[in-house]
Design a protein around this ligand. Structure first.
Ligand code: 3PG
Length: 394
């Protein structure tokens, strides 16, 4: 079901759904990893003589045009990476899109404006989504699904459009699924999972599922404070998801019963406030002062986490250990990344933030087994959920 299955692509308009949802600071792209990951499929299609029409979303605009979420800077960066002109349509399925696609010659590439500027893209109403998908499908003769980061979304440009055109799986999606399969089907042991990031509520499904599968679960990042609180500790001004306390307690108990080792930090880097130049200090994880906020796991914890990763044969890591964007609070994330580069086996970095973190901290991407372009998508895969954007292709 790869691109070859579509036959001769010369002079055919091929819609390719990519995940170009990159972090922006104003007009500046702060991490172009997802754009670079999208290049091989686009190049492959252009090389085959197709007229390539790229669709993508950026951020979460509310179903109407919103300049701060324009894909224009992304299209520009894609052009630089491809080393060729990339046309840009200022709407998704309107006059600009039609004339831009009509003007394409064989082997040329266009990017359409943010699909989420149209309410039909994310509508829960099948008919509303279908109507938008009809208009998208009218711009192509075939569809290639290559936006791994969005395959967990049942959205028009991911799901419905595949029902309307001859379709195939792009190489990026195929590669990502292949790696995730290796994590879920008889992973080599010890299998260690590292979870961080700000929200416990994003990770519940995956923790639930992994309690029966992983040998060790290391927890850091903003979400760890809800766990520490669940153990009865003072967490000061640190992040707390009050409504997740009970479930954290339950997970800690279940882990004990099922023989899965859960490792929580024993020390925390705290500060007076959430800011880049806040003065850091290290305190015991069970003694965070009431007026402090926890911003990273401490050095002793970082060492313990690295030790727990040292003999791992399979590792999945999602979510930074602290506020890595601020140098003083990047130590935990750096230590975990470093430990992953030493793993003798399969090491997978999953998700937008952790992937951006390893690049920002200057690690060589090649020293990891795989850096996924999908955050939510890889978590949902590991939860054992069906991914609509994958199911629709078979
Ligand atoms: C992501 O950033 O994980 C993907 O691009 C999906 O974006 P979404 O969570 O806004 O659907």
């Amino acid at each position: 079901s790869g691109i070859e299955s579509l036959g001769d692509l010369r002079s055919r308009r091929v819609l390719v759904r990519s995940d170009l949802n990159v972090p922006l600071d104003g007009q500046t792209i702060t991490d172009d990893g997802r754009i670079r990951a999208s290049v091989p499929t686009i190049e492959q299609l252009a090389g085959a003589g197709a007229r390539v029409v790229v669709t993508a979303h950026l951020g979460r605009p509310k179903g109407a045009p919103d300049p701060q979420y324009s894909l224009a800077p992304v299209a520009k960066r894609l052009g630089e990476l491809l080393g060729r002109d990339v046309a840009f349509a200022t709407d998704t399925v309107g006059e600009s899109a039609r004339s831009t696609v009509d003007a394409l010659e064989d082997g040329q590439v266009a990017v359409l404006e943010n699909v989420r500027f149209n309410e039909g893209e994310t509508s829960k109403d099948d008919a509303v989504r279908g109507e938008f998908a009809d208009r998208l499908a009218a711009l192509g003769d075939a569809f290639v699904s290559d936006g791994f980061g969005v395959v967990h979304r049942k959205q028009a440009s991911v799901y419905d459009v595949a029902q309307r055109l001859p379709h195939a799986m792009g190489g990026l999606v195929a590669k990502e699924i292949d790696v995730l399969r290796r994590l879920t089907e008889e992973p080599e042991r010890p299998y260690v999972v590292v979870l961080g990031g700000s929200k416990v509520s994003d990770k519940l499904g995956v923790i639930d599922n992994l309690l029966g599968k992983a040998d060790r679960l290391l927890i850091g990042g903003g979400m760890v404070f809800t766990f520490l609180k669940a153990q009865g500790h003072e967490i000061g001004k640190s992040l707390l998801e009050e409504d997740q306390l009970d479930i954290c307690r339950e997970y800690l108990q279940r882990a004990e019963q099922s023989g899965v080792q859960i490792l929580l930090p024993t020390d925390i880097v705290v500060a007076d406030e959430f800011s880049a130049d806040a003065e850091p200090s290290v305190v015991a994880a069970d003694a965070i002062p009431a007026d402090k906020i926890g911003l990273d796991i401490g050095p002793e914890s970082a060492k313990a986490f690295a030790a727990a990763l040292a003999d791992a044969r399979t590792v999945f890591w999602n979510g930074p250990m602290g506020v890595f964007e601020f140098d003083a609070f990047a130590g935990g994330t750096r230590a975990v990344a470093e430990a992953l580069t030493q793993v003798d086996g399969l090491s997978v970095v999953g998700g937008g933030d952790s992937a951006a973190a390893v690049r920002k901290l200057g690690f060589d991407e090649a020293s990891f087994g795989h850096i996924s372009t999908g955050g939510g998508a890889s978590l949902e895969y590991l939860e054992g959920k069906q991914l609509p954007g994958i199911d629709v292709l078979s």
